[in-house]
Ligand binder design. Structure first.
Ligand code: NIG
Length: 392
């Protein structure tokens, strides 16, 4: 049945022609948006819902998470807050817990995290493997993720497992592990960082993945300056994620490329790193996405609203830029911004992913930080129950 959502005080479409509308309406027909425009011109529909002046925007697109895991790293977080630096080696703690968990335990935890994100307006979600680091454990993570999330990324190159020679591990990742995982994933990623995978090792993994037809993503420039951004641009990766420490050369390379800079401010706060140079990226013309990086070590939040508020309050992004980065930007980072699969946009033909705020404008996302503003959510045209201010 079609649904007319009307009485919209402010409609953010991310569509160049429709723009931002006041006194607007949207019609959903099955899983797609059928119409969007001024309320006075809205066509009739099977059901009519008046949102009484509230703001409506596309559902959040969270393009960077690590949700196939077991275990808890509260102690590591507590030590960090007491002054310990973040170390990538903490990943090994989650690897041990994840390997020891049953399929059912991992699937249930993943379901809970996906539901938690959806209840906050995240209607399109990417997640990664990377807490298995053996052929069977990585394949298991990929299969479990593919059953529950929209986009899956192979991150076998997340850490060299303790005791394994690095070059042997790179050969495993780009050989048998990639073979086992490829049928279940769309993307491949590498943690390209000093002390983890260097540029040559990262290139070896990514070029093997590209030969298998996978799209590329890179974790780069998270803990210090490094080759991640340059490598991502060189290989035409869809996205380079973190971008906390960027040189002028990195900025120029990104500005001349199609690679999205995905910023993960909740991670930088939780690891006590500087926040990424969002303003410099935007001013250089780089496409920016915002994502949560939800994982048990460096960023245990599923709140896109928190990332948006942080981007506005501390990274000098405007509210409109931050909301666009957390919706359309994420879609662009996942190459889902155009065509029949388009998300992060409200225009006829796009997926009916709709987020209604309990507020008159998107400005409230930064003006009222920390307040749960999600009032209603549709994902692919289906109403989501259990949002904070559920109207159902
Ligand atoms: O994006 N950078 C690498 N991976 C994750 C951290 C994972 C962890 O600490 O468990 C990240 O921050």
């Amino acid at each position: 049945m079609s649904v007319l959502i009307t009485g919209i005080g402010e409609l953010t479409t991310n569509d160049d022609e429709l723009g931002v509308l006041t006194d607007a309406a949207v019609v959903l027909d099955g899983a797609r948006v059928a119409w969007a425009g001024p309320a006075r011109h809205a066509p009739a529909a099977g059901e009519r819902i008046d949102v009484d002046g509230r703001a409506v925007l596309p559902g959040w697109v969270d393009s960077h998470t690590h949700l196939v895991f077991a275990g808890d790293r509260t102690a590591e977080f507590t030590a960090r807050m007491a002054g310990e630096p973040y170390r990538a080696g903490g990943i090994a703690v989650t690897v041990a817990a994840t390997r020891a968990a049953s399929d059912a335990t991992l699937a249930a935890a993943l379901r809970q995290h996906v539901a938690e994100a959806l209840a906050q307006g995240t209607t399109y979600l990417e997640t990664k493997t990377g807490y298995g680091l053996t052929v069977p454990d990585e394949a298991r993570a990929a299969k479990l993720a593919a059953a529950q999330v929209d986009e899956v990324t192979f991150l076998g190159a997340h850490l060299v497992p303790p005791g394994v020679p690095a070059d042997d591990y790179v050969d495993l990742v780009r050989g048998p592990m990639l073979d086992a995982v490829a049928p279940h994933v769309r993307w491949a990623d590498v943690f390209c960082e000093t002390g983890v995978f260097d540029a040559d090792q990262s290139r070896a993994v990514l070029t093997a993945a590209a030969r298998r037809g996978l799209g590329l993503r890179v974790h780069g420039n998270q803990l210090g300056p490094g080759p991640g951004v340059a490598l991502a641009v060189e290989l035409g990766a869809a996205s380079v994620d973190h971008c906390t420490y960027l040189s002028g050369t990195d900025l120029d390379a990104l500005a001349g490329s199609d690679t999205v800079a995905t910023l993960l401010p909740a991670c930088d706060l939780s690891t006590r790193q500087p926040l990424p140079p969002a303003r410099a990226l935007l001013d250089a013309g780089v496409t920016v996405a915002l994502a949560t990086n939800c994982n048990p070590g460096s960023s245990y939040t599923s709140s896109m609203a928190f990332c948006v508020a942080t981007a506005v309050l501390q990274m000098r992004m405007s509210v409109a830029e931050a909301v666009r980065a957390a919706t359309w930007g994420g879609a662009r980072a996942l190459r889902r911004d155009v065509g029949p699969d388009a998300v992060g946009v409200l225009r006829p033909g796009a997926r009916a992913d709709v987020h209604v705020l309990n507020a008159p404008s998107i400005t409230h996302l930064a003006y009222r930080p920390g307040v749960p503003l999600t009032w209603a959510v549709w994902r692919a045209g289906a109403r989501v129950r259990g949002t904070t201010h559920s109207i159902w």
